[in-house]
Design a protein. Structure first.
Length: 65
């Protein structure tokens, strides 16, 4: 059962990083290209948020273990 939880958490981490980094990088590039600081800041916020959620999954996994 423990191995199944590990696999599920790694799948969740990959999804979080893929979705968060993809959207965040697109917003950053779009903000730079359009010279719109709001889009650029939103992109950075999304990247930092997805990184924090990624890190939180390790703490949550420790609770379940």
């Amino acid at each position: 059962m423990s191995e199944l939880i590990n696999i599920l958490f790694w799948i969740a981490r990959i999804v979080i990083l893929t979705a968060g980094s993809g959207v965040g990088l697109i917003k950053i590039v779009k903000g730079r290209a359009d010279e719109n600081p709001r889009d650029f800041q939103e992109g950075l916020t999304i990247l930092v948020g997805s990184g924090a959620i990624f890190g939180a999954t390790f703490a949550i996994q420790k609770i379940f273990s």
